[in-house]
Design a protein. Structure first.
Length: 450
């Protein structure tokens, strides 16, 4: 019986010595696991691949969900040459060299699929270098990114690509991948590995939807398993050692990520800087993306602080930028900075309440036309139709105030923004009360025909 050991792995051919994730990488659509919303029967991406009608596209999704694998399958199934290109190690010189290869291949009737991993890492000039080749059809560009392409990919390039959103793999998806890796010949199929369903599912839960993490963890567990004449037995203790650090931070249901962000949000809302810094740094230690944490803080700055301290938004946005520049682990102090500042800032949810109430009215009420007196009249025809008639330019009046209403008639008197007596918003509340009192006193002065 073949036994697995580090010496055996060293003596095997190079393919066998590859990491497990590389050895069991799917080669066809039928082997691919997950992304059913894109690859299920009748779904758009599957139809494009099966009909060999692919065009340039962007795969947007978290790490380990199959972006590179799917691009490779597309190239194979559509009979194209596949070039794997990394934005981390390549520049414009390398882009031009690859483009020349693609154009030479096109002259021989061979289509080239150029897969660009982490395309968001390319600067504008590097991304622009792809444009003429995408437009000419010299290449089919498939970019992969973990960042929102609306912000990280040039508009000109993005407009020529279809964006497909890849979702984190489900726990069942990961279990299927791990089971295949244990049974497949190219995986551990010849090594007779004994693992329980509970152990496999524990690794799947730990991976948090990332197939690469799951397969690397499985490989670590098997390589540290107990070898006997019957094969390799992986114990609960060995699995626990492989996942112990993260299992302290994320529970088995996978909901702990949301529990932690909830704890951070509520600690800041409750003005508890100690708890806020603790939960923020615990999220970082658990492997959460610092940009995700910073984005939630940007939202908090307006949702829970608002005009009570408008500088809170500036702090949160600056911290996001600092995290973008530095990354982990250096950005931990910036995350702590924002957590403590937002916790200590005066609180007001007046803007959040206003947004919710406006949204409800937009959902349930008729979309009223814009009042004629506050419409622009850039053309003669619009002037003849009385666009802008009766408009009062506030700066022409004392205190820059007029009684002119700006809401549709059906919403007259509606109050959405109600400032609180908290921080700087207390002065805003007093100012708004004065404005409303003046407008009420001068309401009878308003006539549209003036």
């Amino acid at each position: 019986m073949q036994q697995l050991s580090m010496f055996d792995m060293m003596e095997k051919p190079a393919e066998a010595a590859m990491p497990l994730a590389g050895r069991v990488r799917p080669k066809t659509l039928s082997e691919f696991v997950g992304q059913e919303h894109l690859l299920g029967p009748g779904c758009m991406l599957r139809t494009l691949i099966e009909n060999d009608r692919i065009s340039s596209m962007i795969f947007w999704g978290p790490p380990g969900v199959g972006k590179t694998t799917l691009a490779s399958i597309i190239a194979g199934q559509t009979k194209s040459e596949f070039i794997n290109f990394s934005a981390v190690t390549s520049g414009i010189k390398e882009i031009k060299e690859v483009m020349k290869q693609a154009e030479d291949a096109a002259l021989r009737g061979i289509r080239t699929v150029l897969f660009v991993d982490e395309i968001h890492r390319f600067n504008k000039a590097q991304q622009d270098a792809f444009l003429p080749y995408v437009e000419k059809g010299s290449i089919v560009l498939i970019g992969a990114t973990t960042e929102n392409p609306s912000f990280e990919v040039n508009g000109a390039l993005l407009s020529r690509c279809k964006v497909f959103v890849l979702k984190p793999l489900t726990e069942d998806n990961i279990v299927a991948l791990l089971t295949h890796a244990l049974n497949a010949k190219e995986g551990f199929g010849e090594n007779h590995v004994k693992m329980s369903e509970e152990q496999i599912r524990a690794i799947a839960e730990f991976s948090n939807g990332d197939a690469r993490t799951a397969l690397n963890t499985l490989e670590m567990a098997v390589l540290n398993g107990t070898i006997s004449a019957d094969g390799i037995t992986v114990t609960d203790e060995q699995v626990a050692q492989c996942i112990s650090r993260k299992s302290l931070l994320y529970d088995k249901s996978g909901e702990e990520h949301y529990n932690l962000i909830s704890a951070l949000h509520k600690s800041m809302r409750n003005s508890d800087p100690d708890a806020a810094v603790y939960w923020a740094l615990r999220m970082l230690e658990s492997g959460d993306d610092p940009l995700y944490i910073a984005r939630r803080m940007v939202r908090f700055a307006s949702e829970d602080v608002g005009i009570a301290d408008s500088n809170a938004l500036a702090v949160a946005v600056n911290v996001y930028q600092a995290c973008h520049y530095l990354g982990v682990p250096e950005c931990n102090v910036h995350i702590a900075h924002a957590a403590a500042y937002l916790a200590m800032a005066p609180k007001s949810n007046a803007l959040e309440v206003a947004c919710m109430e406006v949204s409800e009215d937009l959902r349930t009420m008729r979309a009223e036309p814009v009042p004629m007196w506050i419409r622009n009249a850039p053309t003669k025809l619009m002037s003849e139709l009385e666009y802008g008639k009766g408009y009062r330019y506030a700066h022409n009046y004392e205190g820059a105030l007029t009684p002119m209403p700006c809401l549709p008639e059906s919403l007259a008197g509606r109050e959405y923004y109600r400032p609180k007596q908290s921080g700087a918003e207390a002065a805003v509340a007093d100012r708004l009360a004065e404005i409303k009192a003046w407008k009420a006193a001068h309401r009878d002065e308003w006539t549209q025909d003036e």
